[in-house]
Ligand binder design. Structure first.
Ligand code: PAF
Length: 280
């Protein structure tokens, strides 16, 4: 496994044999089994696998957790070497954003609702860095986790609109035994917060069960999620949503597929989760 922060070296390795397919797993490090499941999928579907580790400052607002975002490069590299990864790109901020940098990539509509309402500049930071990573690595396939549901919609739009010559693959959300979606931020929860953080998954399940029992009114389904979170004193709701799977617009009624999602604070740790319902 080669680890480098140098763009020219990444390109030289990637194009040493143009006949080989490459899978790319972009990450911000502090890897968990959600990332590693994407690495395993990329390993199975490509000749070579590249992982990027870069805590991208432009997708964090000044009030957010950039400085406390967990980092452990040594542990990450050991996990990736054990996972059969060929190349790890670990650029620094100046490599990604050199003096004079001034270009931003914006995906308009699907960046605005949900996370976009709470984190207005977030997706512009994500799409700018992901476009750069796509151009640097030029993978055959790029892998993202369903846990960041809106991010997958935004990145599919980015790849289609800017004609990136690659396939976007979305891997399933990987959960702890009690249902909590794996996230690098989970480590920042206190033991008490961690114990009740399952409230996201419970809220989603309450709403999906009600849908399965015949409740199609989205506002009733949202209220069920709100009430579940409100019953948990350590949790503070940011938003709940029942939205169209592709436009991400809020639905009045769930008549076919829908994205059920929510964001919840525990102290200053903000977690998100979602469930996709394909048919009502
Ligand atoms: O999902 C993430 O970890 C990040 O948003 C990504 C895609 C690596 C871009 O910084």
């Amino acid at each position: 496994m080669i680890t480098t922060g140098d763009i020219a070296q990444v390109r030289a390795i990637r194009w040493a044999d143009p006949s080989l397919s490459w899978g790319l797993v972009p990450t911000m490090g502090y890897l968990h089994d959600g990332h590693l499941s994407l690495v395993r999928q990329a390993r199975a579907e490509n000749d070579r696998v590249a992982v990027t580790i870069f805590v991208n400052p432009t997708q964090f607002a000044p009030t957010e957790d950039l400085s406390t975002y967990p980092r452990d490069l040594e542990r990450d590299l050991a996990l990736l070497a054990a996972g059969g990864v060929d190349l790890v790109f670990t650029p620094d901020n100046t490599t990604m954003y050199p003096p004079g940098f001034q270009t931003k990539v914006t995906v308009e509509q699907v960046s605005r609702p949900l996370e976009g309402l709470s984190r207005p500049a977030h997706f512009q930071g994500v799409t700018t860095v992901v476009a750069k990573l796509f151009n640097i690595v030029q993978p055959t396939r790029a892998y993202f986790g369903q846990k960041d549901a809106q991010q997958t919609v935004v990145i599919r739009r980015l790849a289609a609109d800017l004609n990136f010559n690659l396939e976007i693959i979305v891997g399933p959300t990987i959960r702890e035994a009690d249902g909590l979606a794996m996230s690098s931020r989970n480590v920042r929860l206190s033991p008490e917060q961690r114990a009740v953080a399952t409230v996201l998954y419970r809220a989603l399940h309450t709403a999906v069960s009600a849908l399965r029992a015949g409740e199609h009114d989205s506002e009733t389904l949202r209220a069920l999620m709100r009430d579940t979170v409100a019953a948990e004193p350590l949790a503070r709701l940011d938003y709940v949503s029942v939205a169209h799977l592709h436009t991400l617009a809020e639905l009045d009624r769930v008549e076919s597929g829908a994205l059920f999602s929510l964001a919840v604070f525990f102290g200053n740790v903000r977690l998100i989760d979602n469930i996709v319902v394909e048919a009502a």
